[in-house]
Design a protein around this ligand. Structure first.
Ligand code: MN
Length: 256
């Protein structure tokens, strides 16, 4: 069997979405076990108040599932998203996953490829970029993590409300990546291929970068279904992972 590397992002896992958690755990137990590596490119979790979360009942099944996968021999690399950027050593210890810098340049079956979450490419969203600079500041993070868990929970809930309101009022094109930012980043790292998530607009973009063909693959979110990119020496394939309920509905339709 050819070596296959899997990429997922934007699962936004939390206690409120048990069907998606179930789909993720099933993915870890089967599909991911046969992969030579699994990369999770950010927003694995809907929120992360700090590594105390690994022990919270809400997140324990996901942590345990990742622990079982890494113990079975599949390396798992996890990048921070704009929701779960406080994952640190405690997360690595509990899951056996390795945290990955954003951006990360990897050799993917012979092709140099840049991996990112994608939020830092949305440079037209000036308001978000200012928020990002604030919460990614080490001093801000130290101060936040020094607060009691209950207070952090409250602050994160407030952030989510503010984010919902401001996202609803923004034009869709503002919240997509900026093509100049994409090209500058790829040029800086000497790659013709980029994989990222964040925008929830799963699609392959083919364009020309300095006279050579370039490709950008955008991973999909896990809201209505899962989304996974498989990469091997022959190329890449982006596919949806149906929820069990969807599969049953389809079967019933065939019968009638
Ligand atoms: Mn995101």
């Amino acid at each position: 069997m050819p070596a296959t590397t899997l990429f997922i992002s934007d699962l936004h896992l939390c206690g409120a979405r048990p069907a998606i958690t179930g789909l993720f755990l099933d993915f870890l137990r089967h599909r991911a076990r046969r992969a030579d590596a699994l990369y999770i490119l950010g927003d694995l979790f809907e929120y992360w108040i700090g590594d105390e979360a690994v022990g919270q009942p809400e997140f324990r099944p996901m942590v345990q599932g990742m622990r079982e996968l890494t113990a079975a021999g599949t390396p798992v690399y996890v990048m921070h998203g704009n929701r779960d950027f406080l994952m640190a050593d405690g997360f690595e210890k509990a899951t056996g996953c390795r945290l990955l810098a954003d951006p990360a340049r990897v050799d993917l079956h012979g092709t140099p490829t840049l991996l990112m979450h994608g939020d830092s490419l949305c440079t037209d969203d000036v308001e978000y970029m200012a928020f990002r600079a604030q919460v990614r500041n080490p001093a801000w993070q130290r101060e936040f993590l020094a607060r009691p868990v209950a207070e952090r929970d409250r602050i994160v809930r407030d952030f989510r409300e503010i984010s919902k309101t401001s996202t609803a009022s923004k034009k869709p094109e503002i919240m997509d990546v900026n093509q100049q930012a994409v090209e500058a980043m790829m040029r800086e790292h000497g790659v013709q291929r980029l994989i990222h998530g964040h925008t929830h607009r799963p699609q392959e973009h083919v364009f020309t970068l300095d006279g050579r063909p370039a490709r950008r693959m955008v991973l999909g979110d896990w809201y209505e279904q899962g989304s996974v990119l498989s990469v091997d020496a022959r190329g890449w394939v982006l596919e949806g992972l149906p929820l069990e309920k969807t599969a049953k509905t389809k079967k019933m339709k065939v019968k009638s």
